[in-house]
Design a protein. Structure first.
Length: 284
């Protein structure tokens, strides 16, 4: 049983919604975190690691149309020096995203682990499942982080942009018209994960790859599969919204997929999408 399957069972036992945030009255709550042993990348400083964990939690609140207000962080680290650098990254990210960093917890341990909790105001409730007839929109900026995962040591501006986005992600994208949105997720676990998750009782057909132009060009130069870069990356923290087909879509968003009645399948190029996205415990 991988991470996604376990959470479905566990949340069903708690009798709560399987969503990226929790709604309580007019509040939106989010907790997210990671361990350095499985999530910190070779080029990330401890400051970056703190920043990244704040951005991950903030991105989920934003894509659910919440207004993030207060942040708490629990930090476990083997030394006080590492904990201090992580906390500094958390503090600066909180300032960048206009949240009040109001406290948390500090522990000593063998691994460095950061957990971030955000409390915000819910403007409305947004789930994960679109309606038949909707279209999916996103910002066509996919592929940078997938390149950075594979080629972070290569000196190339397109790869370098992906490295910087992984070091200090900034999910401050504008929102489409709020009354158009029927569902939303961010791409922290990869676009394929978003699509397979959204395809709950519906079919999704991808019509175009929402890739960045320079990623498409560089992938062709080095012989990488653009589809894998787009669908099987992760940590882009880009929004994927389902909107009504009659809603106007303006920049920076593009329509890239369509939703129809179906049995929970995702189609690309006439075939079922083979990628599933990032999952913890998938090899256990």
């Amino acid at each position: 049983m991988d991470e996604k399957a376990f959470l479905k069972v566990f949340l069903r036992e708690l009798d709560v919604e399987d969503n990226d945030v929790v709604y309580v009255d007019d509040l939106v709550l989010k907790i997210d975190g990671s361990a350095a042993s499985t999530a910190r990348l070779p080029f990330q400083s401890w400051f970056d690691f703190g920043w990244r964990n704040v951005a991950a939690a903030y991105s989920d609140v934003r894509v659910k149309l919440g207004i993030a207000m207060y942040l708490l962080a629990s930090i476990t680290a083997p030394t006080l020096e590492i904990a201090s650098e992580v906390a500094r990254g958390v503090r600066e990210a909180s300032r960048f995203f206009s949240m009040a960093y109001v406290g948390g917890d500090l522990n000593q341990g063998g691994d460095t682990v950061v957990d971030v909790a955000i409390v915000g105001r819910a403007t409305r409730r947004v789930g994960r499942t679109p309606n038949p007839g909707d279209v999916l929109i996103t910002i066509p900026h996919f592929g940078y982080t997938a390149l950075a995962y594979r080629l972070w040591h290569v000196d190339h501006p397109t790869v370098g942009r992906g490295v910087e986005e992984l070091r200090r992600p900034k999910p401050t994208w504008p929102l489409p018209p709020l009354d158009c949105i029927t569902a939303g997720m961010d791409s922290s676990d990869g676009l394929a994960d978003v699509l397979w998750t959204m395809a709950s009782g519906v079919d999704i057909t991808v019509r175009r790859l929402p890739a960045a132009g320079e990623v498409e060009k560089y992938a062709a130069e080095v012989g990488l599969d653009l589809g894998e870069l787009v669908f099987n990356g992760g940590e882009e923290f880009l929004p994927v919204f389902a909107v009504r087909r009659d809603c106007p879509v303006g920049e920076p968003y593009v329509v890239f997929a369509e939703v129809a009645e179906g049995a929970g399948r995702v189609w690309w190029g006439g075939e079922l999408l083979k990628w599933r996205g990032w999952r913890y415990f998938s090899n256990v």
